[in-house]
Write a protein that binds this ligand. Sequence first.
Ligand SMILES: Nc1ncnc2c1ncn2[C@@H]1O[C@H](COP(=O)(O)OP(=O)(O)O)[C@@H](O)[C@H]1O
Ligand SMILES: O=C(O)C1=C[C@@H](OP(=O)(O)O)[C@@H](O)[C@H](O)C1
Ligand SMILES: [Mg+2]
Length: 172
Amino acid sequence: MKKIILAGYMASGKTTTGSLAALTLGLKHYDLDTLMERHTAKSIPQLFTEKGEVYFRKTEHELLKTILDTGDSFVLSLGGGTPCYANNHLFLRRDDVVSVYLRAGIDELVKRLQGNTAYRPQVAGQDGGTFREFVAKHLFDRSWYYYQAKHIINVDDKTPGAVVEQIIQLVS
Ligand SMILES: Nc1ncnc2c1ncn2[C@@H]1O[C@H](COP(=O)(O)OP(=O)(O)O)[C@@H](O)[C@H]1O
Ligand SMILES: O=C(O)C1=C[C@@H](OP(=O)(O)O)[C@@H](O)[C@H](O)C1
Ligand SMILES: [Mg+2]
């Protein structure tokens, strides 16, 4: 039984690729953000504004532990910050986990995030002149955690389908 976990910065394609990979592999797809919203009955932005990031990260860790403690196989799309808090990066090393860092370049991330930040409190309203610098620094600060994944797939200039093909090669 394998648990496929996708990690990476915001807009690296974890949700999109995870959904397609699960469909292709005939596995359940879990998106940690979606599970957070269902569990709390609040949107991601509401969680950050009403409950704060400490609550968000604590709840995110507890949900992640619960999912991983089931015996199921699945594809799990993390949130961009998940590996960076509460020692969640250790989950990426488990024997029953195939963890993948979807590595996107700064320019690709900025392109995908432009005009797509409203639902991402960490970058909401930051897509202005200093946005590229913000993303570059934030990615630099987080990279160590993303590199705890067992595998790396470069996603620049690849369709979601092409990324899924590489994920399938990892689990075949
Ligand atoms: N391989 C890809 N090529 C181009 N755009 C992509 C690719 N994967 C995802 N996207 C787009 O990037 C944005 C963020 O994708 P999403 O799956 O939400 O990323 P994440 O869950 O990592 O934040 C969406 O607009 C999505 O359509
Ligand atoms: O990078 C982050 O800290 C976050 C990324 C988001 O997920 P996506 O990476 O799917 O946008 C979501 O978990 C929340 O806005 C926090
Ligand atoms: Mg996502």
